[in-house]
Design a protein around this ligand. Structure first.
Ligand SMILES: Nc1nc2c(ncn2[C@@H]2O[C@H](COP(=O)(O)OP(=O)(O)OP(=O)(O)O)[C@@H](O)[C@H]2O)c(=O)[nH]1
Length: 816
């Protein structure tokens, strides 16, 4: 800048060329109108009939005016572009903030040691993740071209530790908080705080760009004539000037138009809370009491805003001329107490220009030097006014000495000393209202240089901070977006791979379920059928042979106790069958246990070890009545199985046998009875005499026969009766069914266990797959989201970087 300025120094300043010149300006207060009218008037201005030198001057003047108009257009264009980009970035920040809060919590890349190269950081970790990212980028940034363009735009591939505005390097006390120890939610909250801060700063920057006014801080040593200088610039005695140090508070003089045209002083206790529209944030002081507030009541206030009407016309006005409105801030004189406060004040971004007023009589004091040392580092160029030059006798010597001091204190200012260092007498400026007296040329020149300097710094202090901030913020957004897009696309690739790898196992599990359950059912049913068949056969056999053991197991107690004997036989048969049923139950348990083992091993083969669920000991435990009950009846002792004829013959035979004292065979007895019968029919009366004894003998014989046959009769009949009862009740069928049912019940428990386990395994797998699918889906959406943010912010960044913020000062200076 200094070299540029040195070159420009050759062009002679012309007061007439100033576009602040009333004759050229527009009466409109709108800056845009001003710009347009300036341009039009420059273009429409007709050259007088020229002499060669006047012709050259006119041409140069014309060119300067065109340049100035161009500068204004460029500035206005840059402002508009920046405001529009700030809008877009605000949108991105709000979008990211909302996403960070609800949908896509932002992953904050922790600081890593830069062991990888920039190009390596751009290499995606897996081909599929890169494909998503690339596909998303291609689809959303078709006009931006290949990835390299994005890299060139900046941000992409930057290391996380290069985060600037959105950096979360938290300092608590003297030590840095370890971010890795924070939960992602806390980090998301911290990031949202950063977004809030950025949004608030963006809104300030936007307001600042939109604001056409520029702030000039006037500072300097005590009594150097700062207030006098401000009054001289305003051509009006607004601030009190005194031989005694009197300015004790920062006093900002602004155009009364900014206060609805009202001349007022707002005495502000807390500057950060000041809102002109909220009277609670300030005290209104009348202009005539300004001196009192500045000199006596200053302790209550941090700042005074003095809304004043400019004494001059719009075009001459400093406070409000339509192109750049200047607010002048008079500050308390520097001393050891105030130097730091003023330096901090001067460092504020909204201060466009710092004017340092030094008394030509006193040169720089220690405080002044200290201020220049610190402030010069921040603002680089300081506008220096050497005041009270009228009281110096040896002016050249004074100039030499002061310039030498400036060379040491602010080399940049020294390099442009012709423009930035002015030796004037502010006290000599005519402040008479309505006075048409021209100012001394050196003060008029100072004023023009100051206006040009403000214009130059307006770009620096308004556009450059906004541009730099936007660039830094967009670079940070790019870093975050790229890290998040990459992480999400990696997660998507990982999830997709897991799903693919897991698919065969899942399908196998489904097949196993169908096959295994079918096998389990089959094996269990086979076992149950076998148990049932076995029980059926064995019980049938037992019933068939139920009487065979009677003689062996029950002792015949004689005819007198034959009833008891019959009862014992009945009980014995019942017990025998019952024993057999129990044996079958036991057998069924054994068979079921064997089958259970088989089922269990089928289950463990496919699902790993687990405890058997079924318990065979629980089979057939219910104490149900399983007896075949038969009751002993009198008829059970007589077995009259022969038909009537055979019975009668038997009886005759029995009687004859008894009478004859010997036993006859059954055949003989029948023929005897037959012959007796014939005889009776032939001989009538003779035989009748024999009937009674014969019947008697037969009866006795019958009785004897019945008694002697009673034991076997009861056995036969009870066995027969028992078998009949078994048949009638379907006992064997029922018992074999029951035993089979019990077996099935137990086997089913194990079957269900297998079914449940395999179902659970499938459900677990499905649950896991569904979670992984969800991860894949969210990761894909997240990757797409951040890739689109990356693309948007990359585009904006490219445009922001193209915004011109370097004003051609020579144009401004020469036309000013
Ligand atoms: N001879 C002469 N005296 C001046 C000039 N400018 C200011 N003064 C006088 O210097 C004294 C101090 O002026 P101020 O404007 O109050 O100085 P200041 O720097 O604002 O003072 P503080 O704010 O109190 O530090 C006044 O008496 C002015 O009249 C000048 O150019 N020439």
């Amino acid at each position: 800048m200094s070299s540029k300025r040195s070159l420009r120094r050759n062009s002679a300043p012309s007061m007439d060329d100033s576009y602040f010149n009333p004759s050229l300006g527009s009466s409109s207060s709108s800056s845009s109108n001003m710009f347009s009218s300036m341009e039009t008037s420059f273009q429409q201005q007709k050259s007088p009939v020229p002499s060669p030198s006047t012709s050259n001057n006119a041409a140069r003047t014309h060119q300067h005016r065109l340049n100035a108009a161009q500068e204004q257009r460029t500035y206005r264009d840059s402002c508009q572009r920046l405001i529009s980009h700030i809008h877009s970035v605000v949108g991105i920040c709000e979008d990211l903030k909302a996403a960070n809060k609800d949908k896509f919590p932002i992953f904050y890349p922790m600081q890593q040691k830069p062991t990888i190269t920039r190009s390596q950081t751009l290499e995606p970790s897996s081909s599929s993740s890169s494909q998503i990212l690339e596909a998303v980028r291609r689809s959303s940034v078709t006009q931006t071209g290949p990835l390299e363009q994005q890299q060139r735009r900046g941000g992409v591939g930057r290391l996380p530790q290069e985060l600037n505005i959105l950096s979360l390097d938290l300092k608590v006390g003297h030590s840095s908080t370890d971010l890795s120890s924070l939960e992602s939610k806390s980090i998301a909250n911290l990031l949202n705080d950063r977004f809030d801060q950025s949004l608030s700063h963006l809104s300030k920057l936007q307001a600042r760009i939109a604001d056409t006014s520029s702030k000039v801080l006037v500072t300097g040593d005590l009594n150097a004539g700062k207030s006098t200088f401000v009054n001289a610039l305003l051509k009006r005695e607004i601030l009190p000037a005194d031989q005694q140090p009197c300015t004790n508070v920062f006093c900002e003089v602004l155009d009364a138009m900014l206060n609805d045209g009202l001349e007022q002083v707002h005495a502000i206790p807390a500057v950060e809370l000041y809102n002109r529209l909220d009277p609670n944030t300030y005290h209104v002081v009348e202009m005539r009491h300004l001196y009192k507030v500045i000199t006596e009541d200053y302790e209550h206030y941090k700042m005074l805003k003095i809304y004043a009407n400019d004494a001059r016309t719009t075009q001459e006005s400093l406070l409000h001329n339509g192109v750049v409105d200047i607010a002048l801030i008079d500050s308390p004189g520097l001393n050891t107490d105030s130097v730091k406060t003023t330096a901090v004040f001067a460092r504020q971004e909204e201060i466009d220009v710092v004017v340092f007023v030094v008394s030509a009589e006193n040169h720089f004091t220690l405080s002044g030097k200290e201020f220049l040392w610190t402030a010069a580092n921040e603002k680089t160029h300081i506008f220096i006014v050497v005041n009270r030059f009228d009281s110096i006798r040896d002016k050249d010597r004074c100039k030499r000495l002061i310039l030498e001091q400036i060379r040491q204190l602010s080399p940049a200012t020294y390099a442009d000393a012709e423009d930035l260092v002015h030796f004037v007498s502010a006290g000599s400026v005519d402040l008479e209202p309505g006075s048409r007296k021209l100012d001394a040329p050196d003060f008029a020149r100072l004023e023009q240089r100051l206006r040009a300097f403000v214009l130059e710094n307006r770009t620096k202090s308004k556009l450059m901070p906004a541009k730099n901030y936007l660039v830094n913020l967009l670079l940070d957004i790019n870093v975050l977006s790229e890290a998040n897009a990459k992480k999400s696309s990696d997660a998507y690739a990982q999830a997709t791979m897991e799903l693919e790898q897991d698919l065969p196992a899942y399908q196998h599990l489904l097949r196993v379920r169908d096959r295994l359950l079918e096998q389990v059912e089959k094996v269990a049913e086979q076992a149950v059928s076998s148990v049932q068949m076995h029980a059926h056969n064995r019980l049938n056999q037992a019933v068939e042979h139920v009487g065979s053991a009677i003689g062996r197991t029950i002792e015949y107690p004689g005819i007198l106790l034959i009833w008891q004997y019959a009862q014992d036989i009945a009980d014995s048969m019942v017990q025998t069958l019952l024993d057999q049923v129990r044996q079958e139950e036991q057998h069924a348990r054994q068979e079921t246990a064997v089958c259970l083992e088989r089922l269990h091993s089928m289950g463990t083969e496919n699902m790993g070890t687990y405890d058997m669920a079924a318990d065979v000991s629980k089979m057939c435990v219910k104490n149900r009545e399983r007896r075949v009950v038969i009751s002993v009846e009198t008829t059970d002792f007589f077995d009259l199985v022969l038909d009537d004829k055979l019975s009668g013959a038997a009886l005759s035979f029995g009687a004859a046998a008894m009478v004859g004292g010997r036993m006859l065979g059954f055949k003989d007895a029948v023929s005897s009875i037959w012959s007796v019968s014939n005889l009776m029919s032939n001989q009538g009366g003779n035989l009748r005499r024999w009937v009674v004894p014969i019947v008697g003998v037969a009866s006795v014989g019958f009785l004897v026969y019945v008694v002697s046959d009673m034991r076997s009769a009861v056995e036969r009949k009870l066995v027969k009766k028992f078998k009949q009862a078994v048949r009638d009740t379907g006992y064997v069928q029922a018992q074999s069914h029951r035993i089979a049912r019990e077996s099935r019940k137990v086997l089913r428990v194990e079957g269900w266990e297998i079914q449940n386990r395999i179902q659970k395994a499938i459900e677990n797998k499905e649950q896991k797959r569904s979670e992984t699918e969800q991860v894949a889906l969210v990761s894909k959406e997240t990757a797409e989201y951040f890739a689109s943010i990356l693309s948007k912010s990359g585009l904006i960044l490219e445009k922001v970087e193209m915004i011109q913020t370097d004003t051609t000062y020579s144009t401004l200076k020469e036309t000013a």
